[in-house]
Each structure stands twice: as C-alpha cells, then as structure tokens.
Design a protein around this ligand. Sequence first.
Ligand SMILES: Nc1ncnc2c1ncn2[C@@H]1O[C@H](COP(=O)(O)OP(=O)(O)O)[C@@H](O)[C@H]1O
Ligand SMILES: [Mg+2]
Length: 251
Amino acid sequence: MLQVSDLTVVVDRKPILKDINLEINPGETHVLFGPNGSGKSTLLGALMGFDRYEVVKGRIYFKGEDITDLPVHERARRGLALSFQRPPTIRGLSMRDMISICSGGRDDVNGLASRLNFEQFLERDVNHGFSGGELKRSELLQLLAQDPDLVLLDEPESGVDIVNIALIGRTINQLLQRDLDIANHRPPKQKREERRKSGLVITHIGHILNYVNADVGHVLFEGRLSCRGNPRELFNCIQKLGYGECIRCAL
Ligand SMILES: Nc1ncnc2c1ncn2[C@@H]1O[C@H](COP(=O)(O)OP(=O)(O)O)[C@@H](O)[C@H]1O
Ligand SMILES: [Mg+2]
C-alpha cells in the first residue's frame, strides 16, 4: 500500500526527517510514537504532499506508483487521506457541502453524520468554533465520506473527552475495516485476509491503542525512525523508560 524509501524532508531549510524507510501492507495499521517535535506531523504532511514540506531525498510509492511529485489532490484521488492534528476552519463552506464534496456526491450526508452524532453541526461552517472533540469528529466524518485506502491520522484522540473517545475509536475501526470492538473483546467481523484498508496513526498519549488493535508500532525520535515492534510493547516500554531510553535497544 505504502512504501517510503530514504525520505529526507526539510521545512524552511531546516532538516526535520532523515532517511525514513517505512512499508505498510494492504490491511495493516501502523502506529507512530514520538515525543513532541520529533517530526511525526511532518511525516504525515510530506506523505500527503503539503508544499511546506520539501522532499530533498527519497521516494514515496503508493499502491506501487511513485507519488513523490504529485500534488495533494492527485494523492487524495488515488485514495490517500489525512486528518489534521489541528484542523483549519473554513469560513463560507458548510459541513454539509464539505461532506458532500468529500464523498463525490455519492453518500447520504445525514446518514453519515448520524454515525458520529454530528447532524446538528451540518449547517455550520467547517470547524468554525468547534471544541477539540468536535474537531476530531468533523475530521473523521470527512474521512468516512472520502473512504480512503490509506488513512493518515494525526493524534485522533487529542482533546477528546472520555465518552467520545469510544466513538472515535469505533469510527477509526470502521474506516480501517476493523469493526471489532477490542474494548468488548469481540472478534473482528472482517477477516484479516479480506481487509484492504490501511492506516498510519500518530499517537502521543497512546489512548487510541485501547480501541484500535494496530499491527505494527514505530518510534520516531529526532527525525529518524528508530525502531519497529509490537505497538503495545513499545508503548509500555516508552511509558516505563521514556523515549530516550526506549530507543536504546534499537541503537
Ligand atoms: N515552518 C517551520 N519552520 C521551522 N521549523 C518547523 C516548521 N514547522 C515545523 N518545524 C519544526 O519541525 C519539528 C517537527 O515538527 P512536527 O512534525 O510538528 O513534530 P511532532 O508532530 O512530532 O510534534 C519541530 O521542531 C518543529 O518546530
Ligand atoms: Mg504533531
């Protein structure tokens, strides 16, 4: 689904990511851990193709195609999507119109919104005056409408209260064809081998791991991907030892 080789990214002439190698297979969900400022959002932004992130070395392949030089909308058309850590407000565009655009006019907007208890926000401007949790639900609703093959989620749980985090977790599992509710120990509806959707999820606080049963975890430290392993084991290690100590085992 995604192959990143030797990706080196510069922001405002400052090198942020160094020689990143990453491979995500169809049906896999990977989690990216890392301290503040390590370059997590930069990695997702570079994959999506935002022009403030300058790729100075390396390539990005999506479904076998080199997308390194494609503009954002061409990547989106091919099935790549991102939810922002801090989503922008768009004045003059209603949530209803935005969702309709995201789905290419295919979906029933009210039906989609009801899955996120979001009907009462449809006539408001995109993200205007939304609380932290409402912003994250707005982002996920746009993703549901887009139905991407690879979804990049930047800290989907940040600013979300305890009630809505379960809803967010459930929606992410739907997006990733992992309609299991691991909190309730139910088996997945979708068999692993039938699953095609993939994800890359940034988490700083790890809460999302209680809801999304990710396959692989990575640690990004000072712009380098330092290790790869079982997401829960990595998270426990980071909690116990901190990032600096945790990555020592990989050095
Ligand atoms: N426009 C910019 N100019 C200079 N440095 C930047 C700019 N944008 C981001 N950075 C720096 O890039 C580093 C990585 O940022 P970011 O990818 O947002 O980290 P994370 O998401 O892991 O917290 C930080 O040190 C940040 O200050
Ligand atoms: Mg970030």
